[in-house]
Write a protein that binds this ligand. Sequence first.
Ligand code: MG
Length: 381
Amino acid sequence: MISRVKAAVAQLVGGTASSSGAGSCPDSGPRFPYSRPVFLQLSPEESERAADHSGRPILVPALGSRSRLALPWHTGYAEVINAGKSVLNEDQAAREIVQVERKDWKNGTAAETVKDDGSAGKDEQIEREQSSHGILGGCCALAVVYLLGKYYVANAGDSRAILIRGGETIPLSNEFTPESERQRLQYLGYLQPHLLGNEFTHLEFPRRIQHREIGRKMLFRDYSMTGWAYKTIEEDDLKFPLVYGEGKKARVMATIGVTRGLGDHNLKVYCSNIHIKPFLSCVPEVKVYDVAQHEHGVDDVIVLGTDGLWDVVSDREVADAVIRILSSCDADNPNRFTLAAQELVMRSRGILKEHGWRLSNDRLGSGDDISVFVIPLYGHT
Ligand code: MG
């Protein structure tokens, strides 16, 4: 069973690969052609219009669709392209319904495979395919699997999932950033200093240190410390910190702001031969939510969003917007979850004004790609 789930995930990660698969003839087209989610059912012309960085149209599945491509339980979805930071939308949503059969559980196979979440194998597959197809880059991943009455929420990166239940918000994932993973990164740098290329120090200081400060006392943090302590500055401390910057500006080796994900095997520090991949983990954090353990109302949902959403709206703002939309629709309106997703994308993108995309309170809107799922929790146990 697990292997069939893995196969389905492999298909999703493979995107809309040509039907002939990995061993396909080079003449059959690109291995990973760009496209938008299949369930949006966009025509080629609509796909082209979706890439309008100035108008930034919000895309939703056809309302009232009874197509076999429709999302299960009337799950809502909406997305919008970025304001011009990249030519194509860097988010890629997907959904797959997998039929699983219970087979012989006595042979031990299932128990053995459960120990492996498959992320390492997938990361290696991406490495092979990137090198054979000359592809660069990497991606974060946030996946939700509903199986036997439980949701499994797996996150590797800076997308996020929250639960809205009875008006309250409950996080279902954590972001993995240089700040949240500082201690793991520093510990690896401490254990394997050769990975730092003699240019970085695994220690953290509140600010960059000047040469003239050698011999003075300065606050620092090592991998085992949550708070700060003093140390005497040495020559080695002048190296650039492995983790540096705050908030969205925090970087590993002054290069990347996300510390988990897939790919990026060839990423190096600018103008150097220092590889960053050893510090990037492909292992997701998995949280399990047992639906049957709780009572759910018709407005209780899981919201999945890429960082384009969460960068500009708080959990509370998301919950308030979702509750407002859902409570304004009839409970049997199958479009209400897509209307909620559309509202979230609209709120985080904002309106184009003279000085760019602005939110209703005139804060800066998100210029990133934004993708949102709103999954109902009521009535599908
Ligand atoms: Mg993003």
